[in-house]
Ligand binder design. Structure first.
Ligand code: TYD
Length: 217
């Protein structure tokens, strides 16, 4: 029987996932819970290498849309297979920075790959493991671009997905919002144009409500 609790965070680049994940982790640890963080792409050693293949803007050859999706799925299979499944079974709070919905939004709504096909691939790669709750941190395309440019230029540079045109990111955002409507029991849309404390409170309240609802702790 499943003992832990699984949370995923989704959002456009610059939506503040990393900050909110850290705040939630800190709070859960202060309550005595054990937390396991992971991310996609790149939560495992294999995944880090896949991440480089996927996002490095310097690579001479760009992956085709189909090659791209299979690389994301390989990363997911490894993350689920060696990290997520075990951490949930061991009773941890597992938090993944991106998961199945990113592929639906970016490769499905963004690149136009068939959503049913992605659903099937996701079921295989994620071994049927769905998050108990997913937070979609929603910001506008303009805000995303502003944050990516101001935060990253001097550091890691802009990655291949971030380089996509505004129309692509518009489709991705619309996709996330549609997914949230279709999966309204699981995906919560969090207005992320507020101060970080307010956003954290909102996330925490939703999490506690979901735990109550599932009577898991
Ligand atoms: P992320 O790690 O959030 O970027 P960063 O660490 O630079 O903030 O996400 C990496 C990129 O990969 C992001 O642009 C979204 C994209 N992505 C997909 O296109 N499909 C997927 O299935 C996943 C997991 C990520």
């Amino acid at each position: 029987m499943k003992k832990g609790f699984f949370v995923s965070f989704e959002g456009l680049d610059g939506s503040g996932k990393t900050t909110q994940i850290r705040m939630l982790e800190k709070r859960l640890i202060s309550e005595g819970k054990s937390v396991k963080l992971t991310k996609e792409p790149g939560g495992t050693v294999l995944g880090e290498n896949i991440r480089n293949l996927l996002l490095n803007p310097e690579l001479k050859e760009t992956p085709s849309p189909l090659a791209e999706i299979f690389l994301f799925m390989a990363d997911r299979a490894q993350n689920t297979g060696i990290i997520i499944k075990k951490a949930i079974n061991d009773g941890n709070f597992v938090i993944s920075d991106r998961y199945i919905d990113s592929t639906m939004a970016y490769q499905g709504y963004g690149r136009g790959i068939d959503l049913e096909l992605i659903n099937t691939l996701n079921r295989i790669a994620a071994a049927g493991i769905l998050p108990d709750i997913t937070f979609f941190l929603d910001i506008s395309i303009e805000e995303s671009k502003r944050r990516v440019l101001s935060g990253k230029k001097e550091f890691s540079g802009i990655d291949r997905m971030e380089k996509e045109r505004a129309e692509f990111h518009q489709k991705v955002r619309k996709g996330f919002l549609e997914l949230a409507v279709k999966n309204n029991q699981r995906i919560k849309v969090i207005d992320s144009c507020r101060n970080i404390e307010e956003i954290h409170k909102d996330i925490y309240k939703n999490l506690i409500d979901k735990i109550e609802e599932k009577k898991l702790v």
